[in-house]
Design a binder for this molecule. Structure first.
Ligand code: ATP
Length: 377
């Protein structure tokens, strides 16, 4: 088992594209780590650079404390599963699984024993004699995983491992993969553009944009406390509300108010105001206010204190919840409510939010202004 250390890593393609652009990352021993970001942000290039399939232009890659930056792929101790699985169509499942062992000239009896054991771990019993073309997509994906695991690499690298499966199978395979990774305890880095998949599977997530790291944290941290509006926009099945706002009452700096970090202020937005930690942000400052639909509370009665007032435009059923869109002085704000409390279009409503859920970002760079570490549930 092994950790991965990446320092100052850049991967530049011959056409000049800096697909990975100065990255520092540490993946802990046994961690399930996701590389997440929109198409073209450099996730696959980073994974392939760790594997040695792309050459690092700058910086270093260490696996298990050994510098492998210039080591050929086969000698890095990594096992990779490609998006299209790359199974050999003319070989049986057993031959596919044990191919890396055959290359290393491992004895046939040991290979058979490994094939049987790995097939057991990956629920492929009874399929060892079949060819890949005679398997379902989910079974093919498990054969590719079995081959990677049988090769006994120190780290497992997965490129969009679930993207070729249909929605239902993907959920099953997701659960299977998480359990398998936990059971084996193998350090695993997986690439995905699906934020829900990253939130569900990973111990930690690196969110990338244009070859750079935008946030690194646990699923809870990146969901509840995005450190910039790029991550805020990217994470969450229902998008975060990002509203133009202005600090109405500032608590001033800690020195002014004598208060501790996180002094309470008020920020005005379309349709009303919300409480916010306005530490060091003066009254009158223009900001972007971030609040997730899940953290807003909708009522049909008027309540005292900072609140936003508006009129229901439409409600969409999400299963047990509904996403209600509220028109607040011309700005549309999303709020989720239990499905049975869904208000009818045209209903006047009031929205409130707890202080710790209201995030302030700078208007120009989109960086988080609310420095006080809010409790993450
Ligand atoms: P996707 O989710 O679409 O696979 P990604 O985040 O994995 O995207 P990469 O495939 O790593 O992104 O690509 C990063 C950037 O590098 C993109 O701008 C892409 O066009 C460019 N790129 C990728 N492969 C090459 C290559 N072989 N030669 C030149 N440029 C490339």
């Amino acid at each position: 088992m092994a950790g991965i250390d990446i320092e100052g890593l850049a991967t530049v393609y011959p056409n000049g594209v800096r697909a990975v652009d100065g990255l520092d990352l540490h993946v802990a021993d046994g961690e399930f780590f996701a590389l997440l970001g929109p198409s073209g942000c450099g996730k696959t290039t980073l994974l392939r650079t760790i594997a040695g399939l792309e050459t690092a232009s700058e910086g270093t890659v260490r696996i298990d404390a050994t510098d492998v930056t210039r080591t050929e792929p086969g000698k890095r101790g990594v096992a990779m599963v490609f998006q299209d699985y790359a199974l050999f169509p003319h070989m049986s499942v057993a031959e596919n699984i044990t191919y890396p062992l055959k290359v290393r000239r491992v004895a046939a009896a040991t290979r058979t024993e490994t094939a049987e054991r790995t097939a057991g771990e990956l629920s492929l019993q009874g399929l060892l004699e079949r060819k890949p073309g005679q398997l379902s997509g989910g079974q093919q994906q498990r054969v590719a995983l079995a081959r990677a695991i049988a090769s006994e690499g120190k780290v497992l690298l997965l490129d969009e491992p679930l993207s070729n499966l249909d929605a239902r199978l993907r959920l099953e395979a997701r659960t299977f993969l998480k359990k398998l990774q936990r059971d084996l305890g193998i350090t695993t880095v997986f690439v995905t553009h699906d934020q829900a998949e990253a939130l569900a599977l990973a111990d930690r997530i690196a969110v990338m944009e244009s070859g750079k790291l935008r946030q690194l944290g646990s699923p809870r941290e990146v969901f509840a406390r995005p450190t910039n509006t790029f991550v805020a926009n990217f994470i969450g099945s229902t998008p975060m509300n990002l509203l133009p706002g202005k600090v109405a009452t500032s608590a001033g700096t800690p020195a002014d108010s004598g208060s501790v970090n996180g002094a309470v202020g008020v920020v005005s937005v379309a349709g009303g105001s919300l409480p916010a930690t306005t530490i060091s942000t003066p009254a009158g400052a223009e900001v972007t206010v971030g609040i997730r639909p899940e953290y807003l509370t909708l009522t049909t009665s008027d309540i005292p204190g900072p609140a936003i007032r508006g009129t229901v435009v439409v409600a969409e059923n999400l299963g047990t919840q509904s996403l209600v869109t509220v028109d607040c002085d011309g700005t549309l704000i999303g709020v989720t409510v239990p499905e049975e409390t869904e208000p009818a279009p045209g209903t006047p409503v009031t929205l409130t939010a707890p202080l710790t859920r209201v995030l302030l970002y700078t208007k120009d760079t989109g960086d988080l202004l609310t420095h006080q570490p809010a409790p993450v549930p």
